[in-house]
Design a protein around this ligand. Structure first.
Ligand code: SF4
Ligand code: SF4
Length: 237
């Protein structure tokens, strides 16, 4: 593709996905983080949806039914946008591999992770950092976002610089977590998730405490506690 035609395509590509309801679309080169069986894909499109402040702010000591439904609706929109992105890239001759917004796979060592971690691509795209909570923290919207990813072999306009953590001395997610899953460690690129977060503790607590709300698959207390993205917190990006 000629450079100007390519630039025009990616402007339209982003516009189309933002029109669908996403708050941000990012591009990254992902050689450092892609698993060997997906190594034909050197690039990733990050799709981001901003959760409703009103619904997030109702979370108080436990998740709510409204939050569970909103979480599922956000994932459904992200998965739909991933298919739209795939089709647009495929028409440009690309191979594409959509990564669902929320799908754990159980045959990759860590049973609480997906086939590819959305936050790895989102950080590489310069859209934010990985918080002490192990959640992705958007530099525009804080922790109140959901993500999906499309891997592709089509070279994307990706010159972003990955962000380092801006959590600093904050411990709000550590204090808010009822399971002890958030270990309170600042994430540095290259760390394993298990060095900052105990996924087993988190999952067991959600199953035990919130089985009646969203089948024990959501909690949200650490996200709710994060001052980044919180209205009136005074924390600026
Ligand atoms: S989702 Fe809930 S249990 Fe899991 S880490 Fe966050 S606050 Fe803790
Ligand atoms: S609550 Fe504080 S420590 Fe936790 S992710 Fe947000 S900024 Fe980082």
């Amino acid at each position: 593709m000629e450079a100007s035609v390519r630039d025009e395509f990616f402007v339209k590509f982003k516009e189309r996905l933002l029109y669908e309801g996403l708050c941000e679309v990012g591009f990254s080169r992902i050689d450092e983080t892609v698993p060997p069986d997906l190594s034909r894909y050197h690039y990733a499109v990050t799709l981001m949806y901003r959760l409703s402040d009103a619904i997030v702010e109702e979370i108080d000591g436990a998740p709510t039914y409204a939050y569970f439904q909103h979480y599922r609706a956000a994932n459904a929109l992200l998965d739909r946008c991933a298919l739209i992105a795939c089709e647009m890239l495929r028409r440009e001759g690309a191979m594409v591999y959509p990564i669902a917004a929320s799908q754990s796979v159980h045959d990759r060592g860590d049973k609480y992770t997906g086939i590819y971690q959305h936050k790895s691509a989102a950080v590489a795209a310069g859209l934010g950092w990985i918080g002490k909570s192990a959640l992705f923290v958007s530099h525009q919207y804080g922790s109140r976002v959901r993500l999906a990813t499309v891997l592709t072999d089509l070279p994307l306009p990706s010159d972003a610089v990955p962000m380092e953590s801006r959590c600093g001395n904050c411990t709000k997610c550590v204090e808010a977590c009822p399971s002890g899953a958030v270990l309170g460690v600042n994430y540095v690129r290259g760390m394993e998730r298990s060095e900052i977060f105990d996924a087993e503790k988190c999952s067991q607590h959600m199953k035990k405490a919130y089985g009646h709300i969203g089948r024990g698959a959501v909690c949200g207390l650490c996200m709710r506690a994060c001052p980044y993205g919180e209205r009136g917190s005074g924390v600026t990006f």
